[in-house]
Design a protein. Structure first.
Length: 748
């Protein structure tokens, strides 16, 4: 036998002995247990901290350089096999630990595209070397695993910019031990402009505001929230009392030493609330009457009037259609998709018109049965065809939880595991779909034998039937609930799911609902994004969501009551003009955040202001864009922002200002033709010889900006009209200037 053969034989023998010893359990290794590093508790945190498991390195799908680790070490137990037994065993050298490829690569002694991750002789190096020297042991059943992560302080208020506060992170393990893992944890700030955090967990205040620091360790995430008030010794003013919203918003602003902006004047309020509730500008007659009204409760009366208008129904249906992704392409082919979309939209319109309590609305969606051509809500189950997709929509739209990340691996910034994902999806496995008698028709029915298989990439339950488990409860349903009845049916698990989703005890439903509706009128959610409500994205106003959710539930999920409460608050009625204290505020609602109109709303108001008309397909000529039961092909609406109703991540329209929008208004014959319309606003005003230049200017301002021009604006406009050789072209120029202004384009 050669020396090479002898050496190989010894290596195989030693490997077998080590692996065998690792599986004997704690009793056989009791004498060395304290001295030997463990894979989960000691080695895995190093791989995470040093960036080995990030998506840009070995944590990406498919890995890198032949090695794939779990993303961000979210499932550290899964990393043992590829490290020790993968790559033909080349990564770990049990006879000569220092020559292990795992160490040689990390120290860059062997060329490594990731460069040096730690130095020879460092604590990380010694830990991994000692673990390999002990035989690279790992016994998932007996090794210490993380059971709890504690971050302190959980909340901290700094007193000045530049102040530093160190975090302390303590891990509790299954063997009863605890360890300070501050140096091993990973840190990320939600707002680098407000707070910085280094790799040792030291937070530094950079400017006034609030932010969260996300702490991640061995697949578990927690957060610490930091508040830094403005440094200003000026006495804080006494603020006027408002409703429950204002009490909480103003208390938070006082804590931040930030003063709210002034209240809107009547013209500003009228325009804002009309656009938000009805999607249309107030008429000149409405504006004149409202400004002349001297009663103290006229704003409350106006809100009630608009809430009872048919235009409010159109706007609310538009928002619900965006959220549920009601679009012909999602519901069938050609005529069948259009028919289903129209039937679904008509059902939405009926629900809004009746002010159906929101819990009943969601329950009818989840419990929908029968034909997609005769029962509108059944089309909810045609938009997504698979149980996992239906579950994702349910969780994101109604519970504010993004579950997609947990489909393959543990959610990197939330509590959800792959088991949570597939077990919750198992309820949707009971929803059956079959073809109806008509072309494109679907029938939705309860399928008691429906099953969902856990399809996670890794995990011990991969390939097994997923037990139906309510999200966040952790425990599968009582087996008795899953036992078929005498006729093979048993309990209706979809009914159980719908009852739980809409229950007042549900920790997600009411808060997710009020957060989404709040964002429609205030420009952003109290938790933002609105459909990603996790512990690591804390609310910008403490206690506000809880108070609104309780009020919503107490009023039996009355959507109109919730909207009325929001719009009646001084917070909503605050001006968009900033003051010296709140110019940097983008989350605490100290002023109104101007936002572009939705594409449909802007088009309707462009037509209204210019006096032009437009026909959408086969709909009547007087149909507004916000009334369309079916999306119409329109470059203008797509350009200026409307939901494409395609992906869950695009539930809200994307309507940020763009250069394309500016060029479209400047150069488009589409807009120019509306201004020059023969029976339009400009032509009508020019033909009226009784109107002076000042009269024309005032009417143009009222029809576009819902206000009269300031003296400066009036003087400039009069000068332009009087100096122009062609009066009609001068008036057209003025109309174009007004509709292309930021003030016309924005709800402010």
């Amino acid at each position: 036998m050669t020396n090479t053969q002898l050496r190989a034989g010894l290596l195989l023998t030693l490997t077998a002995l080590v692996v065998g010893a690792a599986q004997l359990g704690p009793r056989a290794r009791a004498s060395t247990k304290a001295a030997v590093p463990q894979f989960l508790r000691d080695v895995s945190p190093i791989l995470d901290k040093k960036g080995c498991s990030v998506a840009a390195c070995h944590g990406k799908f498919g890995g890198r350089g032949g090695l794939q680790l779990s993303l961000l070490t979210l499932t550290p137990a899964d990393d043992f096999e590829p490290l020790v037994r993968g790559g033909r065993g080349r990564r770990v050298n049990l006879l000569e630990p220092e020559k292990s490829l795992l160490l040689m690569k990390a120290t860059n002694k062997t060329p490594h595209s990731g460069g040096e991750r730690f130095a020879v002789g460092s604590p990380e190096y010694r830990t991994i070397r000692d673990w390999i020297a002990a035989g690279a042991p790992f016994n998932e059943a007996n090794d210490a695993s993380l059971t709890k992560l504690t971050v302190s302080p959980a909340q901290v208020t700094l007193s000045k910019v530049g102040q530093k506060v160190p975090l302390k992170v303590v891990a509790s393990f299954s063997d009863g031990t605890t360890r300070d893992v501050t140096a091993q944890a990973n840190y990320e700030t939600s707002d680098p402009a407000v707070v910085a955090v280094d790799d040792k967990g030291v937070m530094t205040g950079k400017r006034w505001g609030g932010a969260a620091v996300v702490v991640r360790y061995l697949g578990t995430v927690h957060s610490a929230s930091l508040t830094l008030p403005r440094e200003d010794k000026t006495p804080y003013p006494k603020l006027a009392q408002g409703n429950l919203i204002d009490d909480l918003v103003y208390a938070n602003l006082k804590r931040l030493n930030v003063q709210p902006s002034r209240l809107t004047n009547d013209s500003e309020f009228l325009r804002r609330v009309s656009l938000d509730l009805r999607g249309i500008l107030p008429s000149v007659q409405e504006s004149t009457a409202f400004l002349a009204d001297k009663t103290p409760d006229k704003r409350a009366k106006l809100i009630d009037t608009f809430l009872d208008s048919p235009e409010f129904v159109d706007m609310r249906v538009l928002r619900l259609g965006d959220m549920l992704r009601v679009h012909p392409r999602n519901l069938g082919n050609n005529i069948s998709g259009e028919r289903s979309a129209a039937i679904f939209t008509e059902w939405l319109k009926d629900c809004v018109s009746q002010n159906l309590p929101y819990d009943q609305f969601v329950k009818q969606l989840l419990m929908a049965r029968g034909s997609s051509y005769t029962n509108g809500p059944t089309n909810f189950y045609k938009i997504d065809r698979n149980p996992d997709e239906r579950m994702e929509t349910t969780a994101q739209a109604f519970l504010g939880q993004r579950m997609a990340c947990a489909r393959c691996h543990k959610h990197p910034f939330d509590r959800w595991t792959t088991d949570d994902y597939w077990n919750f999806a198992a309820f949707m496995g009971r929803v059956g779909t079959r073809n109806g008698n008509l072309d494109g028709e679907s029938e939705i029915f309860y399928s008691p034998g429906g099953r969902v298989t856990n399809q996670s990439v890794t995990g011990r339950n991969r390939g097994k039937d997923a037990p139906p488990t309510l999200l966040g409860t952790g425990a599968p349903l009582d087996p008795e609930l899953l036992r078929p009845g005498r006729r093979g049916d048993g309990p209706d698990l979809v009914a159980l799911l719908s009852d739980w989703v809409t229950s007042r005890e549900n920790p997600y439903f009411a808060k997710a609902t009020v957060n989404r509706i709040w964002s429609h009128y205030l420009g952003r959610g109290v938790v933002h994004p609105v459909d990603d409500m996790r512990a690591t994205t804390p609310a910008s106003v403490p206690g506000l969501l809880e108070a609104l959710a309780k009020d919503f539930v107490d009023h039996k999920y009355d959507t109109k009551h919730l909207i009325r409460t929001i719009l009646s608050s001084r917070t909503y009625q605050t001006s968009s003009e900033v003051n010296p204290t709140n110019a940097l505020d983008n989350q605490f609602f100290s002023h109104f955040y101007p936002r572009p109109m939705l594409g449909q709303v802007l088009l309707d108001n462009l037509n209204l202001a210019t006096g032009s008309t437009e026909r959408f397909g086969d709909f009547p000529t007087d149909t507004r864009a916000t009334q369309l039961t079916l999306p119409s092909n329109s470059f203008f609406m797509d350009c200026f922002g409307r939901s494409q109703r395609e992906f869950l991540a695009e539930l809200e329209p994307k309507n940020e200002p763009t250069l394309v929008q500016v060029l479209h208004v400047l150069n488009s014959p589409y807009v120019d033709q509306k201004i020059r319309a023969g029976n339009g606003t400009v032509a009508t005003l020019v033909r009226d010889k009784a109107l002076s230049n000042e009269d024309i200017i005032k009417k143009l301002y009222q029809s576009t900006l819902s206000r009269l021009p300031s003296p400066t604006e009036l003087a400039a406009a009069v000068k332009h009209l009087t100096s122009s050789p062609k009066r009609d072209e001068a008036v057209q120029d003025l109309m174009w200037a007004l509709i292309s202004s930021r003030e016309f384009y924005f709800v402010s």
